[in-house]
Design a protein around this ligand. Structure first.
Ligand code: AVI
Length: 325
């Protein structure tokens, strides 16, 4: 079980234990197509850089989602009802949660679930200070692995809050599986989820290859992290960030491209790179709103409402079977 409430994190500051981490990284780097799970982008520096990405002009997602939450706060509050227990998945910055809590009718609790310990605790402390009447219980967990969903503290009314299109970082089958398991484990609850929409390739390319190079630093920070935590010997200057749009799968693929032939040692294992060879570090899937709603309905959710911002980003509200939330 990859979780603890307010427990000290592993040495590398995340909810994944060191053995799983080393195993995952080596399996990913020795596969025919080198690939690392996007969750490893989020050490504390990675979480900070992601926050910076969220305020970039090219990265429309955060801005548009915040606008949806702000504009529709009253309707969201009416749907959710009073005294909700809010469980946020992949919490990251508390900005969106605070906006949600501001609008809700006397929320009972806020339980952020995140993989990055330092960041999780800092954000939870901010919420606890700003909302003294709300019980705040941070949960250090990797929601892409089996974990115990925090239970409702004060009510039967659990609201799962899953903003930022983080679900887009899972493959479509894994996203469907997560939706299914959340529906089964939240009887009577609801899901408020932000999902990025398919759009013009040029807009997507700009969003993931920003002109200030913050996304590049975010991506390359993964190599800095592996050098520090697994004794890897990556020459970070010998790799370049790239992000390409793949229309066949409706997703952006983020890559770290080797600029020369080279051999890197990772946790004692030699890994060869040819010039131009790349590691895939993230997929970011995009969904038409109807496609996403159909997927969630197929996994047991009832679609109640979907708000769109400029046709760029969608926020869906679903209820779990037997839900009265
Ligand atoms: C967290 N996740 C939804 C972001 C995304 O858009 O896939 C992460 C990100 N990667 C590059 N820019 C933002």
């Amino acid at each position: 079980m990859q979780q603890s409430a307010l427990a000290p994190a592993d040495a590398h500051g995340t909810a994944t234990n060191l053995r799983d981490y080393r195993h995952d990284i080596l399996a990913g780097l020795t596969a025919p197509q080198k690939q690392l799970a996007p969750k490893y982008l989020y050490d504390s520096r990675g979480s900070e850089l992601f926050d910076e990405i969220c305020s970039l002009p090219e990265y429309y997602a955060t801005r548009t989602e915040l606008a949806v939450l702000r504009t529709n706060a009253a309707e969201i509050a009416a749907l959710v009802g009073p005294s909700a227990d809010v469980v946020e998945l992949g919490a990251g910055s508390s900005l969106k949660a605070r906006l949600l809590l501001d609008g809700l009718d006397r929320p009972a609790s806020y339980q952020p679930v995140d993989i990055s310990a330092t960041y999780l605790l800092a954000q939870a402390a901010e919420v606890a200070a700003a909302y003294p009447s709300v019980t705040v219980r941070p949960v250090l967990a990797d929601f892409t692995r089996p974990f115990t969903l925090p239970s409702a503290i004060a009510s039967q009314r659990t609201l799962l809050f899953f903003p930022g299109s983080t679900i887009g970082n899972l493959s479509r089958p894994r996203a469907a599986a997560l939706l299914s398991s959340l529906a089964c484990r939240t009887p009577g609850g609801a899901l408020l989820i932000g999902v990025d929409i398919c759009k013009d390739a040029a807009v997507l390319r700009a969003a993931y290859n920003d002109s200030r190079g913050v996304t590049a630093e975010f991506n390359l920070n993964l190599l800095v992290r592996l050098n520090r935590e697994l004794g890897a010997t990556f020459d970070v200057d010998a790799f370049e960030h790239d992000a390409v749009y793949d229309p066949l799968h409706d997703r952006v693929e983020m890559r770290l491209v080797s600029q020369r032939d080279q051999t890197v040692t990772v946790a004692g294992v030699a890994v060869d790179f040819g010039k131009g060879e790349y590691i895939i570090t993230e997929h970011s899937h995009k969904y038409a709103p109807q496609e996403f709603a159909a997927m969630a309905i197929g996994e047991g959710w009832r679609s109640i409402r979907c708000w769109l911002a400029d046709d760029r980003f969608s926020v869906h509200y679903f209820r779990a079977p037997d839900g009265a939330a």
